[in-house]
Design a protein around this ligand. Structure first.
Ligand SMILES: [Mg+2]
Length: 316
């Protein structure tokens, strides 16, 4: 593959990978690791069980993580770069639509929902963000890492993209982590370099998160049971983001294994796998994913189209 084709494939791989991880991971969202182990690892699409937030979605359908990533990518394309005011308007509209939709309303997390209600009541995007360190801004941020080439620009725009809904130090750091991780993956950096660059930048916002990201790499040889228990798998950035970097580090040469590991981590599996999928796709390109995952994914062509648009714009 020619270098430019390879790079283009990394863009589509990043966004399609995020959606694949999300669609696979939704089947285990909210389930305990022990429960997942007793039933066996999920490796293909299926419906989520009753009680899971995505229970009304079909096999191969993704959740709010990918929906928000799509909204962010559309805003970047429309504005030729990240514009916080435009993005806040779009995410507020998306959230209002989702919360009025019986199938999707249970997908919108509490801190996103509260921020969206504030945005829709006329509060400025600078003031609307929740103070919870949930991973709502980290899970959608990948297109920022694709669009900007300069690491400082990736960092500053990742922060801005978080503020309208998630304005805690942890959430800002989480968004920086995934955006920078994607930016490094596009450059074909090795695992150690990716973790180093990411944790240095995250430490400006949240030293605890930066430390846990380093830990996820240092302890990659430890078994998943032990590491998911140690890192935690809740919806907080302190858990989801390090878990994604652990899955990436442990299976750096085998991205499909990294995604399967994330899908079965327990807890916030759709978001952990969404972030892992974005990192893996940005590293290896879209062809790295299993054929059945690509075929069964909802709106795959639309997501590829958006990734290609970002690719073309980022080259100008
Ligand atoms: Mg979700």
């Amino acid at each position: 593959m020619k270098p430019l084709e390879k790079l283009k494939s990394k863009y589509t791989g990043c966004m399609v990978g995020a959606a694949i991880g999300d669609a696979l991971g939704k089947q285990n969202e909210g389930r305990k690791r022990e429960e997942i182990l007793s039933r066996g690892y999920v490796t293909d699409y299926g419906k989520a069980e009753a009680g899971c937030p995505g229970e009304k979605l079909g096999a191969g359908q993704y959740t709010d993580d990918t929906e928000q990533m799509i909204v962010l990518s559309q805003s970047i394309i429309e504005c030729d770069g990240f514009n916080a005011g435009d993005f806040a308007r779009r995410i507020a509209k998306w959230g209002a639509d989702a919360m009025n939709d019986p199938v999707r309303k249970s997908l919108v997390g509490p801190s996103s929902a509260a921020a969206i209600t504030r945005l829709n009541s006329g509060i400025s995007w600078k003031e609307a963000g929740s103070d919870t360190s949930s991973c709502g801004s980290a899970m959608r941020v990948a297109p920022i890492g694709l669009f900007y080439k300069d690491m400082d620009e990736i960092e500053s725009n990742a922060v801005l993209s978080s503020i309208p809904t998630h304005n805690s130090k942890g959430a800002l750091g989480g968004a920086v982590a995934i955006a920078i991780g994607v930016g490094c993956a596009l450059l074909d950096m090795g695992c150690f370099e990716i973790i180093k660059e990411t944790s240095i930048r995250v430490s400006k916002y949240d030293t605890r998160l930066a430390k846990k990201i380093r830990l996820s790499f240092e302890k990659m040889e430890k078994e998943p049971d032990e590491m998911f228990a140690e890192l935690g798998t809740s919806y907080l950035v302190y858990d989801t983001v390090p878990c994604a970097f652990y899955c990436l580090s442990r299976h750096f040469e085998a991205p499909e294994k990294a995604i399967i590991e994330a899908v079965n981590a327990g807890g916030d599996t759709d978001s952990i796998a969404c972030m892992t999928g974005a990192l893996c796709g940005a590293l290896y390109g879209v062809d790295v994913f299993l054929e059945k995952w690509l075929k069964g994914l909802e709106n795959k062509e639309m997501i590829e189209y958006l990734a290609n648009m970002i690719f073309n714009k980022s080259r100008n």
